[in-house]
Design a protein around this ligand. Structure first.
Ligand SMILES: Cc1cc2nc3c(=O)[nH]c(=O)nc-3n(C[C@H](O)[C@H](O)[C@H](O)COP(=O)(O)OP(=O)(O)OC[C@H]3O[C@@H](n4cnc5c(N)ncnc54)[C@H](O)[C@@H]3O)c2cc1C
Length: 403
């Protein structure tokens, strides 16, 4: 007699999008085709911030996807934003970054901020009246955030609060932002302990805040990346996010971002594969189309498999994040999505360039632009190596185990 399997009354796994999310996907797909696709090359060439795209997102109510309805958002969650970004990234990763920035600096406030902070800084993100930036990296401290030099010292004046001094770098959206989530050392500057770091909300209008140099980038042009300079900036005590030394809680915001960054990779890979597939089905060589060669078909098939694998990893990680499951035990799943989808973007766009041959290398086609854009995805918000480290830590620590 074999072991009798337990009876399974119902299945709780559902791979369908809800009707609301399916409708969101269709709406953003149309918007991306109509408004983003025709502008993608121009945004890259001019490097100018695409105000028209921001306005299109605002008109379509896409700026508050990740915010709860009580803060003026649509409550579509991380999964909703993930799906929207996937559609936009099929054509422009700069435009996709504009949507991502509705969550990256907002995350720490949503997770660790108090009601007053949420009311003051978040509804304006949903309406498009406010934009924000995220200041973690410094020239000497990227992956190694504990090495940051920006300092916050208690303000000895009658008002209390803090005085921030330092320079944040490579900040996306730094020029357009109205407020910033900024991380600074409040403890011993030489300490590498996470509780020596605190997150603050810093308004652009505070005296001593300025934008330093902006970077000349390989890709994702149009949304400026650059320095935020803080010269003795007084920040009121009520702008501390969470508590002093509360870096760990604020950092949970970054964990919840993984599927959103992954979506930029998936959309880019989908756009590149579709474009290259259409091309090789037309292009003639050796008396047939390039798509008739089995070797080419296998390359297309391999990337198609990876796209679907990346979508499964990413949608699941978005679903986890929406349930508040972005703590230590879920980190490997979130990191896997980011790692796999962004590496895929480089692979898929590289294949697209290759399949178009010389044409793919020229600006007549978007393939070279996608290839340049893809590379930043494996660097931002935790490099591929950092994600692999987090996944490995999960396995070694048994958070990721199959027993
Ligand atoms: C276009 C763009 C936009 C950005 N936007 C923002 C933003 O809005 N806000 C912000 O705060 N930052 C932003 N960044 C910065 C980004 O987060 C950092 O570049 C990233 O964290 C890596 O830091 P780093 O560049 O200093 O590289 P480093 O940390 O110096 O790493 C260099 C190399 O060493 C590897 N490495 C480092 N540590 C390890 C390790 N422990 N094990 C194995 N390999 C390791 C890395 O993977 C990488 O390959 C942006 C960067 C870019 C390119």
């Amino acid at each position: 007699m074999g072991v009798v399997p337990p009876r399974v009354a119902s299945s709780s796994v559902d791979f369908d999008l809800s009707p609301e999310l399916a409708e969101l996907q269709q709406t953003v797909r149309r918007l991306a085709q109509d408004k983003v696709k025709p502008r993608a090359r121009e945004i890259d060439t001019t490097g100018e911030y695409p105000v028209d795209i921001f306005e299109a997102f605002r008109a379509a109510d896409l700026l508050g996807l990740c915010l709860p309805t009580e803060l003026g958002g649509s409550g579509a969650g991380i999964l909703g934003l993930t799906i929207a970004i996937e559609e936009v990234a099929k054509y422009s990763n700069a435009a996709a970054l504009m949507l991502l920035l509705t969550r990256l600096p907002v995350g720490p406030v949503l997770i660790a901020g108090n009601d007053d902070q949420k009311q003051r800084y978040l509804p304006g993100i949903a309406t498009g009246e406010l934009r924000a930036g995220f200041g973690l990296s410094e020239a000497v401290a990227g992956s190694d955030v504990a090495g940051m030099r920006t300092r916050a010292v208690p303000d000895g004046g009658s008002e209390g609060g803090w005085v921030l001094t330092g320079t944040k770098c490579w900040m996306s959206g730094v020029v357009e932002a109205d407020w910033y989530t900024v991380f600074a050392k409040t403890g011993d500057p030489s300490s590498r302990a996470h509780d020596s770091i605190t997150a603050f909300i810093v308004e652009r209008s505070y005296p001593g805040v300025s934008v330093g140099r902006t970077d000349k980038k390989m890709g994702v042009r149009g949304v400026h990346t650059g320095e935020l300079v803080l010269e003795g900036v007084h920040v009121p005590a009520e702008n501390v996010i969470g508590e002093v030394g509360g870096f760990r809680l604020a950092m949970l915001g970054l964990n919840a971002m993984r599927p959103i960054v992954a979506a930029r990779g998936i959309g880019l890979a989908e756009g590149a594969l579709m474009y290259a597939t259409e091309y090789v089905q037309e292009r003639q060589a050796f008396g047939q189309t390039i798509a008739d060669f089995q070797g080419i078909q296998w390359e297309i098939a391999k990337v198609a498999v990876d796209i679907e694998a990346a979508r499964l990893l990413t949608y699941r990680s978005a679903w986890l994040a929406d349930q508040g499951k972005f703590g230590k035990e879920y980190v490997p799943f979130l990191s896997m999505a980011k790692y796999f989808a962004t590496e895929l973007a480089v692979r898929a766009s590289g294949l697209a360039v290759q399949l178009l041959g010389a044409a793919g290398y020229m600006e007549d086609h978007p393939t070279e632009l996608w290839y340049r854009d893809a590379k930043q995805l494996t660097i931002v918000e935790g490099t591929s190596q950092v994600q692999l480290g987090l996944i490995a830590r999960g396995v070694l620590g048994r958070d990721l185990w199959w027993d």
